[in-house]
Design a protein around this ligand. Sequence first.
Ligand code: SF4
Length: 325
Amino acid sequence: MTEIRNDWTREEIASIYNRPVLELIYEGATVHREFHDPSEVQVCTLLSVKTGGCPEDCAYCPQAARYHTGVQVHKLMEVDEVLDRAKEAKEAGSTRFCMGAAWREVRDNRDFDKVIAMVKGVNQLGMEVCCTLGMLTHDQAVKLKEAGLYAYNHNLDTSEEFYEDIITTRTYEDRLQTLDNVRKARISVCSGGIIGMGEREEDRIGMLHTLATLPEHPESVPVNALVPVEGTPLENQPRVSVWEMVRMIATARIIMPKAMVRLSAGRVRMTLEEQALCFLAGANSIFAGDKLLTTPNPGVVQDKEMFQVLQLRPRSQAIKNADPV
Ligand code: SF4
């Protein structure tokens, strides 16, 4: 039985990450089978409920107000509209609905009250409800938990060492504090990162090390490949190879065996065969719908075909209530 460990060293993680890739995939697949049903993939939907105009400077993000990317700024959506979108997502097979707002942090104002109403409504649909709203205090996390929030996403993005090359408007410590606030409110933690931003392999390993040595592993680890957007500082970054994605996914799977490892942004540029390798390496979730916040994503029909060809099943039930958080 694979042991759940929170005392990984960077060297141990590096030696996993750098294994011959086919060995690494085999080990990821083996651990995956021990903890998860390999024929099931959770389908999630991510909706941007407030788009653009963000004061932060995340170098990859088309929603930062300071970059000229053509993203249309949109104020917070109405609660009913969001609930309609959640119902559509549920009917299309999603069991997790994540609402993203381009905010630096949550403020205690009317918009937060609206988000609380959205969380209550989506929770009543029986879906796992997740939010990604920027930095969050402990009190705000408690309010969201009381409204029925199941999970909160706050990515580390990259290693502590590379972080300042990507974001200068808040610190790595701020991010860890938000994760701690979320955890202490007994909300399931979703945190991962992005590769292909110009980081070194050591940074990828460093980010995985930070996640895997938190007092409790995140229940959800999104692995994103940068989708460069014109107008952002990272617009000319070269595409990461599937082998780099596979190394990240398999390593995350091996060191955080219980987590849902989510094959997130960047799928739009992957073939079906490349995505199959990611599932084999241990990914067990995707985001559905033709947009991931503001960047392109494969359409629902394309994903249905992929599930058929690979003989995968979308997970039919939300896991909330089954997960001790
Ligand atoms: S990633 Fe989030 S915090 Fe950073 S600029 Fe984009 S919307 Fe703002």
